[in-house]
Write a protein that binds this ligand. Structure first.
Ligand code: SF4
Length: 263
């Protein structure tokens, strides 16, 4: 029950309702690393593989994309659709820096750097390829580079390395403390004992399922490539910016100065 996710915990269903109130009619595209409550308030879900396709499938000129600021900015760089982002981040991917990437290249100009699109845009600008775990596996399998740097969470990096045993991988990966809490043994224990059962409100579950199903129904190939060739600024909302400002009470009584002046 202690396993969490910095992305999922960055935003609530109430936050999404407030963003929608600020931008009426603008569809909400939600990354799958979110709670059922947030998905229930969203129009459609996306993954890092299909995020660009999902945004463009809506046929609108503006979307709200939550909760990963960096994924939203990396998607915005690849589309003409205006993206309004949320100030959430994966605590694992946001630790990578552009300086680290430059150091790898300085040490070995032929090394190929692959990154996940949850990384900050300045990191993406220094890498040779950015995409989902599946896209990274395809890239390495197709091109067979001799040496590769994997810029992502350690478990995701392991998956790519297992699929491509002939390639030498540098893995400066960061471990996600939350994912490591979820083990097969723990899942088996929960299934056998019912301990830590999570009960989702029926209506919330139904509405969350709709946003996931809309994504599934798109049947996108899911091979987005993030070039990060034209990083652009996007509006980034946060818990403070979406809450209505509390106005101080305005008195109807005329001020003493006004009364004295006969106003
Ligand atoms: S790596 Fe961890 S913090 Fe990052 S998105 Fe995945 S679960 Fe969340």
């Amino acid at each position: 029950m202690e396993a969490g996710c910095s992305l999922a915990s960055s935003i609530t269903g109430e936050d999404v309702r407030l963003i929608k109130a600020k931008y009426p009619g603008v569809p909400v595209v939600t990354y799958v690393n979110t709670s059922a409550d947030v998905k229930a308030e969203s129009d459609i879900c996306c993954t890092s593989s299909n995020a660009i396709e999902v945004v463009e499938s809506l046929g609108v000129d503006r979307v709200i994309m939550i909760p990963d600021e960096y994924l939203a900015r990396n998607v915005a760089a690849e589309t003409n659709v205006e993206v309004i982002a949320w100030k959430g981040a994966c605590e694992v991917h946001e630790r990578f820096t552009a300086d680290e990437m430059r150091a790898y290249k300085a040490n070995d100009p032929n090394i190929v750097i692959l990154a996940h699109p949850e990384c900050p845009p300045d990191v993406m600008q220094e890498v040779d390829f950015a995409g989902s775990t599946a896209a990274m596996i395809s890239y390495v399998k197709d091109r067979k580079p001799a040496r590769v740097v994997m810029v992502t969470e350690c478990s995701m990096s392991d998956n790519v390395a297992v699929e491509c045993p002939e390639v030498h991988f540098e893995r400066p990966c960061n471990i996600c403390p939350h994912m490591k809490r979820i083990t097969l043994e723990n899942i088996l224990h929960t299934l056998q004992t019912g301990e830590h059962e999570v009960i989702i409100d029926e209506d919330m579950a139904r509405r969350a399922r709709v946003s996931v199903q809309r994504m599934v129904d798109l049947k996108t190939p899911g091979v987005n490539r993030y070039n990060a060739s034209k990083p652009i600024d996007v509006v980034i909302e946060n818990k403070g910016s979406i809450r209505p400002t509390v106005r101080s009470k305005v008195s109807n009584r005329p001020s003493e100065a006004a009364m004295a002046a006969g106003d």
